[in-house]
Design a protein around this ligand. Structure first.
Ligand code: GTP
Ligand code: MG
Length: 335
């Protein structure tokens, strides 16, 4: 029913470039906000190293992957040897230390899927979460940031898609819709698939960066300064790409059989991944392969109800991009 329905995009699509770029610009964090994040990280480093001199702190998630909006919280990862056996203890100790240093709203969530300490810094006004030894998240943050350096259209597209998803209430994993991380991977994959391609497949190129995390080899080409201009043979505008992204997920993606894979820059089949049956809570109704944890489907949170919500939202967005007289308002209308 949905396969490869070809639609030519509206004739006046490029009139949407300027207003879409204005929305993108309005969401970019200001320099001073990034400076404040660095300042908070430095404070946290000072506190942590007094107790654990060999520990390190890394920013990850949207504050470090270049897909963060202004006024976002920061995600911090504390790496410390041998903490895996007693994460709760480390988190509780960390919470004590932060409280002693006058950080506010300090709370250790030791039973969460990813255990964290929450905090708010009264000096900068920034809130954040600290997790322990979640090194894969630090590495996939670098992968996303490296992709963003290659062609500015990735950052523009992903900002618009994230803004749409947040406005429409489909960026809530606890309600069965997708994480921001999943949406960015969908954008990268979409740009890898354009002809000519706008993004390369970094994991398919010569290895210049390689780390081993929890027995997973994370290897790819990270000298992205050499890839600047890679997508310049493709002249598609941002409005065309936004239209194309939503049309793809509304009408062209084969939900029954396909897995999108940034790792290979191609579409894989559910059969080859053995993602054809429901196992436990993994239903594989929309399949997005994690670039490093290959058994991990970022669509695993989607259930039979939320897949309908998601697909209806993709269709709504595609139709607005195709026909609406004022897509820049309608697309982001609160649900
Ligand atoms: P916003 O806070 O919505 O702006 O986006 P974000 O980029 O911080 O994304 P999100 O909260 O979805 O995830 C934060 C980071 O956690 C991501 O950048 C990833 O590094 C990591 N992450 C999130 N979900 C997963 C997952 O399912 N698997 C892995 N390996 N990492 C994940
Ligand atoms: Mg975040």
């Amino acid at each position: 029913r949905y396969m490869k329905r070809q639609v030519a995009c509206r004739g006046d699509i490029d009139s949407l470039n300027a207003p879409m770029l204005a929305i993108y610009e309005s969401l970019i964090p200001a320099e001073e906000e990034m400076a404040k994040q660095k300042q908070l990280l430095a404070l946290l480093e000072k506190i942590v190293c007094k107790e654990w001199p060999e520990a390190r702190l890394y920013l990850y998630g949207s504050c470090a992957n270049s897909f963060g909006f202004s006024k976002s919280d920061i995600d911090v990862c504390l790496t410390i040897a041998d903490a895996d056996t007693n994460k709760s203890e480390v988190l509780l100790k960390l919470a004590d230390l932060l409280q002693l240093e006058n950080l506010q709203n300090v709370q250790a969530l030791t039973r969460a899927r990813v255990p964290i300490v929450k905090l708010m810094d009264p000096v900068t006004g920034i809130s954040g979460d600290i997790c322990i030894n979640n090194v894969l998240a630090v590495v996939n943050t670098k992968l996303l940031r490296d992709y963003a350096c290659i062609d500015v259209r990735l950052r523009q597209l992903a900002f618009i898609v994230k803004h749409w998803a947040k406005s429409r209430g489909v960026n809530e994993t606890y309600q069965g819709t997708l994480s921001s991380y999943a949406y960015v991977l969908m954008c990268i994959h979409f740009l890898q698939q354009r002809r000519p391609a706008i993004l390369p497949c970094l994991q398919g190129m010569k290895t210049t960066y390689c780390v081993n995390v929890d027995n997973i080899e994370c290897a790819y080409f990270d000298q992205v300064e050499n890839l600047f201009g890679f997508g310049s043979h493709n002249g598609e505008s941002i409005a065309q790409l936004i239209w194309g992204f939503f049309s793809y997920w509304a009408y062209c993606h084969d939900y029954a059989n396909d897995v999108i894979s940034v790792r290979t820059g191609t579409i894989l089949s559910k059969r080859t991944k053995d993602w054809t049956r429901r196992i436990g809570n993994d239903r594989h109704l929309i399949c997005i392969e994690d670039p490093f944890e290959l058994s991990h489907d970022l669509g695993r949170v989607v259930d039979k109800y939320s897949i309908r919500v998601l697909r209806e939202e993709f269709e709504r967005a595609a139709e607005i991009m195709q026909y609406d007289p004022n897509p820049c308002v309608k697309l982001f209308e609160p649900y």
